[in-house]
Design a protein around this ligand. Structure first.
Ligand SMILES: [Zn+2]
Length: 199
């Protein structure tokens, strides 16, 4: 399993500029086959673990740690992490980045027979993009009580007036994803408190 982890950690904020991030993404091997594992749960855990590693990359860039991968027939065909600050792009959520990479890989905006794994419950924008991409199945880890659009604030996949067919599963590695986010925001609060004290 270790040999399949080929993500490149980002060391400094300087490396998180738009150009560097784009270049870095091209360096990462797009295709990553799952290890030979029997169960569906183990498979989900493997892909979510990869998404968590991408979330860590977002954190290393000072972004809210969220990561996502798109898998098709046991192969990762798109990956992304949250980077709206470094990309100066409000749409640069992990899911959007992973969908774009997968579309680029397939040469098609319709990502048929694909599963999207993301470490945090998607927002309304990302669910919209997931619908447009015809994602077959969505798996998310932690829930988002503030902007979650899969049951926390609103439940768009359950909305029968929207024409879509999306299977949604949640809770895979939720504790790990949640711990990463809590740790990030605790550090932010601590830093802000220190700045206030210094001022
Ligand atoms: Zn989003």
């Amino acid at each position: 399993m270790e040999s399949n982890r080929k993500t490149t950690p980002v060391k400094s904020n300087e490396q998180c500029s738009i150009k560097t991030v784009i270049r870095m993404d091209h360096k990462i091997p797009i295709l990553q086959r799952e290890p030979l594992i029997a169960g569906a749960t183990e498979r989900d855990q493997f892909f979510m673990q990869t998404a968590l590693e991408l979330a860590q990359q977002a954190q290393d860039c000072g972004e809210v740690p969220v990561g996502a991968v798109v898998a098709r027939a046991g192969v990762i065909i798109g990956r992304g992490y949250n980077r709206p600050i470094s990309a100066a792009d409000p749409t640069a959520h992990a899911e959007i980045m992973a969908l774009r990479a997968a579309g680029d890989h397939l040469g098609n905006y319709r990502l048929l027979d694909c599963t999207l794994y993301v470490t945090l419950e998607p927002c309304t924008m990302c669910i919209g993009a997931i619908f447009h991409a015809r994602i077959q199945r969505l798996v998310f880890a932690a829930t988002d009580p503030k902007t979650g659009a899969c049951g926390s604030v609103i439940d768009l996949p359950a909305e029968v007036r929207l024409n879509h067919h999306l299977q949604v599963d949640s809770g895979i590695l939720a504790a790990e994803a949640s711990a990463l986010l809590k740790q990030f925001f605790a550090q932010k609060r601590k830093a802000t408190g220190q700045n206030r004290h210094e001022n």
